[in-house]
Design a protein around this ligand. Structure first.
Ligand code: SAH
Length: 224
């Protein structure tokens, strides 16, 4: 078994290294104990290639191939906290599975997670990672996630981990009308605004969470 599949971690992926990351998240304002507990117990090194696994507990985004990245732990925690602390969380839709790190975090806090990725090999890697962690409440789809996942709607929360120029209407309409939340980075390549949109009936209220930098949400092109 290769060392990055050792769930407990050794050396640079040890529990002590992980605790330092937790300290950083707390210093940056993450306060939900539920979210901090899950961030602490989820091994991020298994989501990375072995050559990069020694950097798994640095608070940075890292490359996962196909020009994509695994999200920065602080941003994963921030997005998760935004949906965990704002209402019930039975069903969640994630757009942009990548290698499945954010998926794994949400799967431990929600009843059911649906996740959509446009790059097939990444989706397959995510499936394997989620299986390694023995999480069984996640459904995966290879598709363009900018259209959401109509058949499974409505969702208590939708998390988008790639940035569109504007919020797709389909996502807004797949939110639970009784308080569904969308967390989404919006804007161009160099800088985006992370927004929280809350739906009540036909009313959508928006708040600003953070300045962020995500890969773009690509529309309408699948990669096999
Ligand atoms: N959630 C991941 C982040 C992956 S980066 C994590 O926790 O680390 C964002 C991902 O969004 C990339 O894998 C990219 O391929 C995917 N993506 C971009 N546009 C997409 C679209 N229209 N539909 C589905 N996935 C998309």
């Amino acid at each position: 078994m290769s060392s990055n599949h050792n769930l407990n971690g050794i050396g640079m992926t040890s529990q002590r290294t992980r605790e330092r990351l937790l300290g950083r998240l707390i210093d940056q304002g993450i306060s939900s104990l539920e979210v901090l507990d899950v961030m602490r117990s989820t091994p991020r090194h298994i989501f990375l290639d072995e050559a990069l696994s020694h950097r798994a507990y640095e608070d940075v985004a890292l490359p996962i191939g196909h020009n994509q990245t695994i999200s920065q732990p602080y941003i994963v925690a921030r997005m998760t906290e935004a949906i965990v602390t704002s209402g019930p969380l039975e069903t969640v839709l994630e757009i942009g599975t990548g290698c499945g790190y954010q998926t794994a975090i949400i799967a431990q806090l929600a009843k059911k997670v649906y996740t959509v990725e446009r790059i097939k090999p990444l989706l397959n890697r995510a499936k394997a990672n989620i299986r390694t962690l023995r999480l069984r409440n996640t459904d995966f789809k290879h598709d363009d996630g900018s259209l959401g996942w109509e058949q499974k709607a409505p969702f208590d929360a939708i998390i988008t981990t790639a940035a569109p120029q504007e919020i797709p209407n389909e996502l807004l309409h797949q939110l639970n009308p009784g308080g569904g939340r969308l967390v989404i980075p919006v804007g161009g390549d160099d800088r985006q605004e992370l927004k929280l949109v809350t739906r009540n009936g036909d009313h959508f209220s928006e708040s600003f969470l953070d300045a962020v930098r995500f890969v773009p949400l690509l529309i309408g092109q699948l990669q096999h």
